[in-house]
Design a protein around this ligand. Structure first.
Ligand SMILES: C[S@@+](CC[C@H](N)C(=O)[O-])C[C@H]1O[C@@H](n2cnc3c(N)ncnc32)[C@H](O)[C@@H]1O
Length: 247
């Protein structure tokens, strides 16, 4: 296996593809609609005349229908805002970002179809990590991200160094190391998320907005109703991870 991690969602449209197995994530995306509409209304309600163009991005778009959900909401909200204020349509430039191994072939095809049905919209993909620079300074008006920011840039170095897995199959060892593992992952998340916000501060235009949603929980204890399902998933993933060799 290459030293650089190349994990990605399943591409294409087959039975096991992300395109056909992402309805839960889609439900989360749709919950972001009012937040995106509010952000657009704020962005476009500052002056008497609207800006001529806007740049919008989805960070961690994956492939399939979900890749276009957030940017479609953005484009609809911008169009409604223009109609409400009786102004000519604002040109919108959409960028879809994900890691380079994402199924961008599929993303590009759906972007072409989207562009054909939406006048005043131009589109592009932006491959790369959102833990690095993606856009020129001050160029983004609205960045959105759903179900992606809990992906860390790497497993915590302190755990890797000591060969401690995120989930030990041995229940006793797992309980013993619980605090250490949770603490290490919490610190890694803080580091990654801080970097993400710092990069956003550079790349967002003045007054630009970020609307993000990611999985999380308030307590260290997994919610009781999810415990069984997550334990089974963790067990399988842990077994698979223990078989991966990093050369
Ligand atoms: C669960 S999918 C979410 C896809 C889509 N946003 C949705 O809500 O259905 C998470 C996506 O984040 C991408 N991702 C993870 N880490 C990333 C990074 N550092 N930079 C860009 N994309 C990343 C993954 O490749 C994956 O496609």
């Amino acid at each position: 296996m290459a030293s650089e991690q190349t994990v990605h969602m399943n591409g294409g449209q087959g039975d096991t593809s992300y395109a056909r197995n992402s309805s839960l994530q889609n439900a989360e995306q749709n919950k972001m609609r009012p937040l995106i509409e509010e952000a657009i209304a704020d962005l476009l309600s500052t002056g008497a005349s609207l800006p001529r163009s806007m740049v919008v991005a989805d960070l961690g778009c994956s492939s399939g229908p979900n890749a276009l959900t957030l940017v479609s909401i953005c484009v609809d909200a911008i169009r409604s805002q223009c109609l409400r204020s009786r102004q000519p349509p604002v040109e919108v430039c959409i960028f879809l970002n994900d890691l380079p191994d994402n199924d961008f072939n599929m993303v590009v095809k759906s972007l072409v179809a989207f562009q054909q049905s939406h006048r005043s919209v131009v589109t592009g993909v932006m491959p790369g990590s959102f833990y690095g620079r993606l856009f020129t300074s001050g160029s983004l008006h609205l960045a959105c991200s759903a179900n992606s920011l809990h992906w860390l840039s790497e497993a915590p170095e302190e755990l890797r160094r000591n060969k401690i897995p995120a989930y030990d199959i041995d229940e006793h060892v797992r309980r013993e190391r619980r605090r250490v593992v949770i603490g290490a992952y919490a610190r890694q998340f803080r580091k990654d998320f801080t970097l993400f916000l710092e990069l956003g501060a550079i790349e967002l235009a003045a007054g630009g907005r970020l609307v993000a949603s990611l999985a999380g929980r308030r307590s260290e204890e997994p919610a009781a109703e999810f415990t069984h399902a997550w334990e089974s998933v963790a067990l399988v993933l842990s077994e698979m991870a223990s078989k991966v060799r990093y050369d």
